[in-house]
Design a protein around this ligand. Structure first.
Ligand SMILES: [Fe+2]
Length: 207
């Protein structure tokens, strides 16, 4: 019997290499780690689907079903945040948004006053102690841009907000290239390699 959960998520590929500061060795390890989240998401989705083949979740099935369903949030967000992270990186360096990216600059300035203030906030969110992510979101209801801390993968995501820029600050993202105390230097390297075209497209809802 086919269920709605039969469709697997694919492992995406990202053409990233030769970044300054974030080594190819780190990226290769990180791609493998991401692949693990895709596989776990597919596996959990399939296992949960098997509970539902008879159209119900029996009382004795509930503990296992609950555990798998809770884990799915962690794995699914781990998969999606990594895809957003790799997608918003570029092998090329840049100093910031380009002159033609007016809507991007306007959205940031309307919400923060200036690009530099937004940058200081995003960097500071990324330096917060703990394991997780710095995420710049847009609220589609009013166009306001805001930066958020996400613990692990799933605590701190704002319902309905759309991610514009995602930065991994789990230690595995930089520990082969920087010391644990050098997270700030990793953040500078990340910001130097942001793909601002991707940011602009996400702002417009095109990506
Ligand atoms: Fe990661």
């Amino acid at each position: 019997m086919k269920t709605k959960n039969d469709k697997n998520y694919p492992v995406k590929e990202f053409p990233l290499k030769g970044l300054t500061g974030i080594s190819d060795k780190t990226l290769e390890m990180h791609f493998k780690l991401y692949e693990g989240y895709v596989k776990a998401t597919n596996s959990l989705t399939r296992q949960i689907g098997e509970f539902l083949i008879d159209g119900q979740v029996d009382q004795e099935e509930m503990p296992a079903y609950s555990e798998l369903t809770r884990r799915l949030g962690f794995e699914y967000n781990g998969m999606v945040l990594h895809e957003l992270y790799f997608e918003n990186l570029s092998s090329q360096e840049s100093k910031g948004p380009q002159q033609g990216q007016i809507s991007l600059q306007k959205a940031i300035e309307d919400s923060f006053g200036s690009f530099d203030i937004w940058r200081a906030d995003f960097s500071s969110v990324g330096k917060m102690r703990g394991v997780g992510w710095a995420v710049c979101n847009i609220n589609p209801a009013n166009g306001r841009v805001s930066n958020h801390w996400v613990s692990l993968h799933e605590f701190g995501n704002v319902a309905g907000f759309r991610p514009l820029l995602v930065m991994d600050v789990w230690e595995h993202a930089y520990l082969m290239d920087f010391k644990p105390s050098e997270r700030g230097e990793y953040i500078e390297r990340f910001l130097a390699h942001v793909n601002w075209d991707v940011f602009a497209k996400r702002l417009e809802g095109q990506s």
